[in-house]
Design a protein around this ligand. Structure first.
Ligand code: PLP
Length: 341
C-alpha cells in the first residue's frame, strides 16, 4: 500500500522468501520460520538496507542527485549496500568507513564488505572513530567533497535510519508478511529482529501496528546500548507514522510497549561476539545451513534460540527476520578457528 503513497525504485526481489526452519523448530519445540531478506536482492549479496534504499534511491533520483554519500563501520553491510545500489542505478557513491570496534585481525579492513565495495568501484574513505548515529564531520566533509567536484550528493545516514524515508521499507515489510501469512494460512505471533540504528525495527513496529491482529516485534539489541537503541527506534517509529499519515496513509499510535528491546544478547560490545553468539551461529549453520554473522544476526538468532529454550514462545509461532550480514563473516574467521579441523 505504501507504493501508492511514495515513489519506490525496485532494487530487490520482493516479497522475500519465507520458509520454516524445520530442524531448529523440532529442536526447540517451537514453530520457527525465517523471512529471508538476506537473499532478497541480486545486488552484491543484499541485506536489509536494500529494502530501505528502494525508497531513498527513488527520492535521490527524483531530486537529480548523482552520488550517494553514507557512513558506517569498516565492515558495514550498510555502506556496501549503498555502494551496490548506486552502482545498479548508475550513480557514484562515497562511504566513510569508521572504526566502531577493535577486532584484531590483519585483514579486517581488506575482506568481506569493504572488499565488495572496492570491487564495485565505490569510494570508501577510511577514517573516523566510534559508533554514533548522529551527524559526523567526516560525513559532512564527504558531502562537501562531492559538491566541490561539481556532483550532487544525496546524504544517507548510518543504516539509512535517521532519514525521513528510513522507516518505509520495513513498514512495507509488514504488509508483505501479512500477504504471505494469508497465502500460507498461518499467523506469526512473534517477529524476532536484530536492531541497531533502528529503522528496521521502527518500520516494522509502524507497519504491524496498522494491522488488525496484534503481535510482538522483539528487537534484539546489537548496539550494546539499550537506551540508545530504544531512543532511535522510538523516534523513527513516530516520524514514520507521521510521514505515512501526512500522505494520507494510516496513522498509528506507537505505544512504549510496542517497542521491545532485548539487551541480553548484545555483549560483550557492538561488533564483538560472545561465546554464546558463536555457538548460536554454529547451531543455525549446522542445523539449517543458515549463515549468520557475529555482529547482527548471530546475536538475534542467539536471542531467538535462548528465549525459545526458556519457554517464551510456548504454543506460538515465531518469524525470524534474517537481515543479511554474512559477507562480514570473512573478517571474523578467527572466531571460528578450530585446532582440530
Ligand atoms: N542486521 C544486519 C545484517 C545489518 O547490517 C544491520 C544494520 O545495521 C542490522 C541488522 C540492524 O538494522 P538497523 O540498523 O536498521 O537497526
Amino acid at each position: 500500500a505504501l507504493d501508492k503513497l511514495f515513489p519506490r525504485k525496485t532494487l530487490g526481489f520482493f516479497p522475500s522468501p519465507i520458509h520454516k526452519l524445520e530442524r531448529l523448530s523440532a529442536m526447540l519445540g517451537v514453530e520457527v520460520w525465517a523471512k529471508r531478506d538476506d537473499v532478497s536482492s541480486g545486488l552484491a549479496f543484499g541485506g536489509n538496507k536494500i529494502r530501505k534504499l528502494e525508497w531513498l534511491v527513488a527520492d535521490a533520483l527524483a531530486k537529480g542527485c548523482d552520488t550517494l554519500v553514507s557512513i558506517g563501520n569498516i565492515q558495514s553491510n550498510h555502506t556496501r549496500q549503498v555502494c551496490a545500489a548506486a552502482a545498479a542505478v548508475g550513480m557514484k557513491s562515497y562511504t566513510v568507513q569508521e572504526t566502531w570496534l577493535e577486532w584484531d585481525d590483519p585483514v579486517y579492513d581488506k575482506v568481506g564488505n569493504i572488499l565488495l565495495t572496492r570491487i564495485m568501484g565505490g569510494n570508501p574513505i577510511m577514517g573516523g572513530y566510534g559508533y554514533s548515529t548522529t551527524e559526523k564531520d567526516t560525513w559532512a566533509r564527504a558531502l562537501e567533497e562531492v559538491r566541490a567536484k561539481g556532483g550532487k550528493p544525496y546524504a544517507i545516514p548510518a543504516g539509512a535510519s535517521d532519514h525521513p524515508l528510513g522507516g518505509l521499507g520495513y513498514a512495507n515489510f509488514a504488509d508483505e508478511v501479512a500477504m504471505q501469512e494469508q497465502q500460507l494460512g498461518i499467523f506469526f505471533d512473534n517477529i524476532v529482529v536484530a536492531t541497531c540504528t533502528g529503522s528496521t525495527q521502527a518500520g516494522m513496529v509502524v507497519g504491524f501496528a496498522a494491522q488488525e491482529k496484534r503481535r510482538r516485534v522483539i528487537g534484539i539489541d546489537t548496539a550494546d546500548d539499550e537506551a540508545m537503541t530504544r531512543r532511535a527506534v522510538t523516534k523513527i517509529a513516530n516520524d514514520t507514522s507521521e510521514l505515512i499519515a501526512s500522505k494520507g496513509g494510516q496513522r498509528v499510535v506507537v505505544r512504549d510497549a510496542d517497542i521491545e528491546i532485548i539487551p541480553d544478547y548484545s555483549g560483550p560490545a557492538y561488533g564483538l561476539p560472545s561465546e554464546q553468539t558463536i555457538a548460536a551461529i554454529r547451531t543455525a549453520a549446522e542445523m539449517e545451513a543458515m549463515l549468520t554473522d557475529p555482529v547482527y544476526e548471530g546475536k538475534s538468532i542467539d536471542g531467538l534460540i535462548d528465549m525459545a529454550k526458556k519457554g517464551h514462545f510456548k504454543g506460538q509461532r515465531v518469524l525470524y527476520a534474517h537481515l543479511g550480514g554474512a559477507p562480514a563473516l570473512n573478517a571474523y574467521y578467527k572466531a571460528f578457528e578450530d585446532p582440530e579441523n
